[in-house]
Design a protein around this ligand. Structure first.
Ligand SMILES: [Zn+2]
Length: 148
């Protein structure tokens, strides 16, 4: 099950439990609303700008920026990119990983290519441009992810 943010319909990535009397109030936030609540640092402007260009949520762009920044091997090939994005979603969200990517509409290679391209164009992810062009071209024909 995907837990949703209490402020919007995006998958929750931050959870806050507050002890109030005998009970406990648990609030869920997507990254963007956790930042708005002052729980995490704000999403960098370069990431929100890339999200606008790609037409995706800032939460999705931030996730992919994080994946591509921490796993440079993702930009070796279109297949590697799909696998790394998929693996990271699984690690972070467990069995809900697939649905979280679905909520973010990162459900096919073409969509993934659009966001990757926007992140590179906005300078969020530093990468070899030739590799990015090659990977994005491959992603556009890769079709749906997961590829399992
Ligand atoms: Zn939210």
């Amino acid at each position: 099950m995907v837990e949703l943010c209490s402020e919007c319909d995006e998958p929750a990535t931050c959870f806050l439990s507050v002890q109030s009397g005998p009970g406990e109030t648990r609030t869920t936030y997507c990254y963007r609303h956790a930042a708005a609540a002052g729980l995490v640092s704000p999403i960098p402007e370069s990431v929100t700008s890339a999200a606008r260009i790609a037409g995706c949520s800032a939460n999705a762009a931030l996730f992919l920026a994080d994946v591509l920044g921490s796993r440079p091997d993702a930009l070796q090939s279109a297949a590697a990119c799909c696998i790394v994005v998929w693996d990271t979603a699984r690690q972070r969200f467990g069995s809900a990983g697939e649905r979280v990517l679905g909520c973010w509409k990162i459900a096919d290679g073409s969509r993934l290519a659009t966001v990757v391209q926007a992140l590179v164009d906005s300078g969020v992810v530093a990468a070899d441009l030739e590799a990015v062009v090659r990977v994005c071209r491959g992603l556009k024909v890769a079709g749906n992810i997961p590829i399992s």
